[in-house]
Design a binder for this molecule. Sequence first.
Ligand SMILES: [Zn+2]
Length: 444
Amino acid sequence: MRKNFALIGAMLSLFIMAGCQGLKLSADTAALVTYHSSQESGLEKRAIPSKTREEKEKLLAEAKVSSQQYDYEKAITLLKQAGISGDKDIQRALDDYEKQRNHLVKWHDNSKIPHLFFHSLIADASKAFDGDSMTQGYQDYMVTIDECKKILNELYKRGYILVNLEDIAKTNSEGEMVYQDILLPPDKKPLVLSQDDVSYYEYMMGDGFPKNLTIDANGNITNTYLNDKGEAIHGSYDLVPIVDDFVEQHPDFSYKGSKGIIALTGYNGVLGYRTSESSYGPNSEKPNPNIKKDQQQAKKVANVMKQKGWTFASHTWGHLDAGKVSIEHLERDLLKWKREVEPITGPVNTIIFAFGSDIGDWHRYSGAKYDLLKSMGFAYYANVDASSTSWSQIGPDYFRQARINLDGIRMRAALTGQSEVLKDFFDVERVFDPSRPGANKLLQ
Ligand SMILES: [Zn+2]
């Protein structure tokens, strides 16, 4: 990269004489260097701190993405901190961002933010819908990759933007849960996205689902998929890399980099790695000889996911019905989650109830189960309720949201006229995969 720059001789000698820390043109070198770019005409000289053109462009690009994701504070801070505000490109960007920031409006009601969720996506419909005993389950609870991509496109076109739960409400220094300002352009709407059971469960093997989530050569999240020959191929075969790709192309689909929440159980491990000591440890029925390596790899994947705007939630270790089981059972299960999953994901403050089975009705949370969950660090709670486009509740120390299932059941309910809840989000007739068994009849 340095070859693009011709240091002006005089400055170069000054630089050396001043005994600066070598000749590194790194961002942290504060010395003044005068450069001219070979692309610029003549020998235009400008005294700016030691930013190479490449570094400047990287900074501008980074600030641009932040601005596209409505984080003008970050974009402006980045550019100001660069200490090259005299630079006309930087100044122009700063002026732009100040202007655009003034057009943002505060989202009018944080209690009215929809939350949609998926299960694992079907990568190969011919395998999932092959008529075996699992077919009906996949029909009911899953959507295909094609369906998911159409849904994301439609959500984007309708002005939805992905936010995380902490963008909506957060605990303040007094321990109270309080709404946060979400500042958006007037035509945009916040939306929470989550995905449950991203374990690539044992039962899914051979049914057209990926094997795991992993990291590609560029440091991005990708899936491993075993093709018919049993060869591992990599690509975007599930929600996480698909949303990552989508936000890469449409940065303005994400609010300040937020993507979605991944709700994990523990009994089959996580993210496609058989990491559970109780299920796959040396004394278990199905020992995984690579368990330590798999645990390390799962942790690496989780870390990259967090950097890319994903958060994690407990879905209970054993996919428990939290509303029904005894408090002792719930506690044992959640401690197991903490032991086996938390070392991989890091601490979580969100519980996404398996089966959507909440610990209470619509009244404010109280009682022993709530006290237990609170003592275990949970501040965000999510159940399932598709009776309206959004439902939430803010308590003194928690925020709870209802989620709408995006799956075969919900889409069939729309096609048969039983439910209109998806209308605000996408047109089911355009999304519904014709490769689903019985699709022709439903789409008539
Ligand atoms: Zn589940």
